[in-house]
Design a protein around this ligand. Structure first.
Ligand SMILES: Nc1ncnc2c1ncn2[C@@H]1O[C@H](COP(=O)(O)OP(=O)(O)O)[C@@H](O)[C@H]1O
Ligand SMILES: [Mg+2]
Length: 319
């Protein structure tokens, strides 16, 4: 049973093709990440799925409800935590939650019980009656999440839940999200432009770039798909072209490329390859400054499928 399905969703803003045929499915109970650089189309995807904007074409369902034909049914089954917080900073955490509950038509003791439960759930019980202005970044973000959960949705959308948080608060939020997924039996779709976040948090993820899904799978599957370890050789002086020629001839070396004084390649086993690789370079009269191996990361996955560096795309999207 799929909790979220997007099928060939297109969305255009004037000249900009924000979504160029987005398709993916999220199973019930999964934590699924849309990982992509700034401007990739993550928020637009979430806005279509949460009924806040209509797709130009394609279809989507949340908890089995078509988001275009039955937006009210979809809305009652989903919770949405936007990228930019909707909290009233001059009210208390409890007041914010009570108001949100009333918007969803909840009243009286049922609402009070749910608010107490949520404050407990996101660790804000002690701060419930303090004005939000004095909350830390992490506390505000946890209140945002509680707001999205008031009406007991089965599917929760978190748009960049940890952007702007310091590294410590970010790790705490990952634990929070995993706990929520289990305790509230939620399906969670989150967006992020942090590779590490998708790696740590997501059961499965889809990489989004320029309005398209590039690849999807578990973090492990995506990295394993690259087959092999990255070997990076730093040269003492500029002979990268000659070094590439030597490395390319090496048994099992793939995707060999030069970048300034650096040569990168992929081999099935880095530790095994390095001694022979170094002596081959030495034999060709090429002086090596240092050599390192690394297991494939999601950065490598992105580079492999798009031919571009994630960080460069992210900076470009921000401009
Ligand atoms: N309301 C809008 N009007 C015009 N362009 C938009 C609007 N919303 C998004 N876009 C554009 O669509 C593209 C995707 O944006 P978005 O979905 O916000 O990306 P992300 O959330 O991955 O950073 C970007 O080029 C962005 O500038
Ligand atoms: Mg966004």
């Amino acid at each position: 049973m799929d909790a979220i399905v997007a099928d060939d969703v297109h969305k255009r803003y004037g000249e900009i093709e924000a979504l160029d045929g987005v398709s993916f499915a999220v199973r019930g109970g999964e934590v699924f990440a849309l990982l992509g650089p700034n401007g990739a189309g993550k928020s637009t995807t979430v806005r279509v799925l949460t009924t806040l904007t209509k797709p130009d074409s394609g279809s989507a369902t949340v908890a089995g409800h078509d988001v275009v034909r039955h937006p009210n049914r979809a809305r009652s089954a989903l919770g949405y935590v936007p990228q930019d917080s909707g909290i009233d900073r001059e009210a208390t955490g409890r007041e914010n939650l009570m108001l949100q509950g009333r918007i969803y038509g909840m009243r009286g003791s049922e609402l009070k019980r749910r608010v107490d439960e949520l404050l407990e759930l996101v660790g804000l019980a002690d701060a419930a009656d303090r004005i939000v202005r004095g909350y830390s970044g992490g506390m505000k973000r946890r209140l945002d999440i509680a707001l999205g959960l008031v009406h007991r949705p089965s599917v929760l959308f978190l748009d960049e839940p940890t952007t702007g948080l310091d590294p410590e608060a970010r790790v705490a939020m990952w634990e929070e999200v995993q706990r929520l997924a289990a305790q509230e039996s939620l399906t969670i779709l989150l967006t992020t432009h942090y590779l590490e976040e998708a790696d740590q948090l997501a059961d499965r993820l889809a990489i989004v770039s320029r309005g398209r899904i590039i690849v999807e799978g578990t973090p492990e599957e995506l990295k394993r798909g690259l087959q092999g370890e990255l070997v990076t050789v730093d040269l003492q002086n500029g002979q990268a072209g000659d070094a590439v020629a030597v490395v390319e001839r090496f048994e099992g070396a793939r995707e060999t490329a030069a970048d300034g004084q650096q040569v990168r390649t992929r081999v099935p086993n880095g530790a095994q390859a390095i001694p022979a690789l170094l002596s081959a370079l030495e034999g060709a009269g090429i002086a090596v400054a240092s050599v390192a191996t690394s297991r494939p990361s999601l950065d490598d996955v992105y580079l492999h499928y798009t031919g571009r560096e994630f960080s460069a795309d992210d900076a470009e999207g921000q401009a």
